[in-house]
Design a protein around this ligand. Structure first.
Ligand code: FE
Length: 183
């Protein structure tokens, strides 16, 4: 599973999806931000892997080129659930909702989004309603999802030297569980 994940990221990592940096740089910057923030291993892994759904079923091109929301956070979380616990998969699943949440509750947050994030926000339903905000706050992994969202937003910097993908292998291996019987 770890080999498969690293292979997928390396294979599609050169893609940009409308941002200034590649998806590999974005993933590594998010992982680095989580490390520097003292996040748990699970949240570091979530930060590193949060966009992996973009590489599955060509979801990443959907928003930019076809104007549809392919729900990459759902496909990504489901894929990661084959090997990782909820402390990894839930922040991944919720990272788009966390953006919609922050747009609703944090003044000025929306204005700071990248162009691509603003475009996808509209496809994702825009800022949360008060009811959605209340429900989101009840999610067990709510706080981790919001932290991940901040890494996501900050992890779009040009010319930042960060740790290489391979350095995350032991951390990822430490979080994985064996495949269930029959898979
Ligand atoms: Fe992202």
């Amino acid at each position: 599973m770890i080999d498969e994940i690293l292979h997928i990221i390396n294979k599609f990592g050169h893609i940009t999806y409308g941002e200034d940096i590649t998806q590999l740089e974005h993933a590594l910057q998010c992982g680095q931000l989580a490390r520097e923030d003292g996040a748990s291993d699970a949240l570091i892994a979530a930060a590193l892997l949060h966009d992996i759904g973009q590489f599955l079923d060509d979801a990443g091109n959907a928003a930019e080129q076809r104007g549809v929301d392919a729900r990459h956070e759902i496909t990504g979380a489901a894929f990661l659930a084959r090997a990782f616990p909820e402390a990894v998969t839930e922040p991944v699943r919720l990272h788009v909702d966390a953006k919609r949440y922050l747009c609703a509750v944090r003044p000025g947050y929306r204005e700071g989004l990248s162009k691509a994030s603003e475009l996808s926000l509209r496809l994702q339903g825009g800022p949360m309603t008060p009811e959605e905000v209340a429900a989101f706050r009840n999610e067990p992994h709510f706080a981790a999802a919001v932290r991940l969202r901040h890494y996501d937003d900050m992890g779009k910097q040009r010319d930042w030297q960060v740790l290489a993908l391979e350095t995350y292998r032991p951390l990822l291996a430490g979080l994985t569980r064996p495949y269930p019987q029959g898979l």
